[in-house]
Design a protein around this ligand. Sequence first.
Ligand code: PLP
Length: 395
Amino acid sequence: MNLNKNYSNLQDSYLFSEVSRKVREFKEKNPSLDVVSLGIGDVTLPLCPVVTQAMHDAVTEMGNADTFKGYGDYEGYDFLRNAVCGYYAGKGVTLGGDEVFIGDGAKSDIGNILDIFSSDNTVLIPDPVYPVYVDTNIMAGRSVAYMSGNAENGFLPLPDNSVKADIIYLCSPNNPTGAVYSKEQLKSWVDYALENKAVILFDSAYEAFVQDKELPTSIFQIDGAKKCAIEFCSLSKTAGFTGTRCGYTIVPNELVHDGQPLGRLWFRRQSTKFNGVSYVVQKGAEAVFTRDGLAQTMDSIKYYQENAAIIARALSKLGIWYTGGHNAPYIWLKCPDGMPSWEFFDLLLEKANVVGTPGSGFGANGEGFFRLTAFGNKENVIEAMRRLEEMRFGT
Ligand code: PLP
């Protein structure tokens, strides 16, 4: 028996465990201090009322012999696939229900999609970014090429025609930087992918946070994207489903390579290794896309957006460079006085008792940067910013 040796090529994912360890030790040493966390990437507000009502009703159905459901369709119930199509129609994107695949969240689908691609593909991944893209490719034995996000390009790397890639990951709005590609920038990626016969794996997990009307919330708002892109999204950040689990992956029918529709391969993969999302959860997800559901979930998003605006205002006042925050729940700041990420983490924890996430944990280019999140309680955000302002960086 041999183990998958690729696992030994993974870097220890110590970012969040190291953050927790440092915070725990600090609290043990200073039990009377009130530590405020702006480090968490998870939502904190509860599911909205129309969602919980729909789930209650679905539970009742499951307890009744006449309405009980066993295995559902691998690709999700039609009612939810059609609801997702309706949501995309609102973005000006026409989809057929057969192009929508319901899953238990974006993370699983982003990892599992690799099953349908050859292991000798060249993969291009932005740095810094959500670490799952890199790790899932390393597990599968693929070599990864990086494209640099930095302050100069606004953490939005664009295609380099001298680089040949087969699979390209794009995350917009971006975790951790909060940066969002414009339509023109995405068009350049679509053109590159079409020219190179590459596929774009587009992660739109934070699309619901985009406020600027001219910014794209789906890659399918770009001409030609249906021939070269797969989109992953979920209700985790849109509607607080991080613990409930429901997402969707769009594989357009026009996406065909070597005569093979990729949607057919993805269905083959899913029907072999996945038995669907529970009926109760899919009923809750369907409710998100109703008029009331969209309004109620938007209330929660507005709450987070207000937190982000409070953080952004404080950083602007302090003269600290940052990106994100307006169209994303993440604010990505340059550590003051040229500090490395972990040094700033320690300083912030010790002097202001505020927790954030060191940027270096999201890739080499994240060194010297720091992520704050808006997924907290408003009073805590205000208090954290008050303490930050008291620290008087660079003076
Ligand atoms: N994509 C990005 C960029 C994320 O930051 C996250 C979670 O934080 C996910 C996907 C995973 O989301 P889900 O809960 O849908 O698996």
